[in-house]
Write a protein that binds this ligand. Sequence first.
Ligand code: T46
Length: 137
Amino acid sequence: MEPKFYHFTEHGDPRGKLAAVEPGKDIPFPIGRVYYLYEVGPDQRRGFHAHKKLEQVLLCVHGSCKVLLDDGREKCTVTLDSPTLGLYVGNAMWREMFDFSPGAVLLVLASEPYTEADYIRNYEDFLNYINHREEQA
Ligand code: T46
């Protein structure tokens, strides 16, 4: 599986750097929510779920972390280590985040407000969901 990345423009000058993300221009969906993960211990692994509808872009605005993506058929692992690199995570995609560097901050731009009903938190349920969707297609 080929992960999909977005590269945000870095505006740098002697004062420092700035990057901007505009919905519809830099990412393909309107932003319904922003949240961020921080103070994640080096041995912690988060995620372990998929979403039915939610689309997201993940970017490590400080430090680095890894993200495993699994579409039910193929898996890939990517490293997020730049504040200008966004990883697109679409719906029906199992994800796990791990190997957070000290002080890492993972910023998430999400297409929808938080809804627990959108989560698939069991891997067998995720595989059933994928297969069911493909049967209907
Ligand atoms: C995802 C990965 C990258 C809220 O109240 N509002 C929110 O917007 C979110 C995301 C979470 N929460 C509450 C729900 C739980 O009580 O925060 C607690 C931790 O959430 P969760 O265990 O789902 O966190 P992660 O790091 O496993 O997953 C999160 C997102 O939930 C998920 O959509 O893709 O980050």
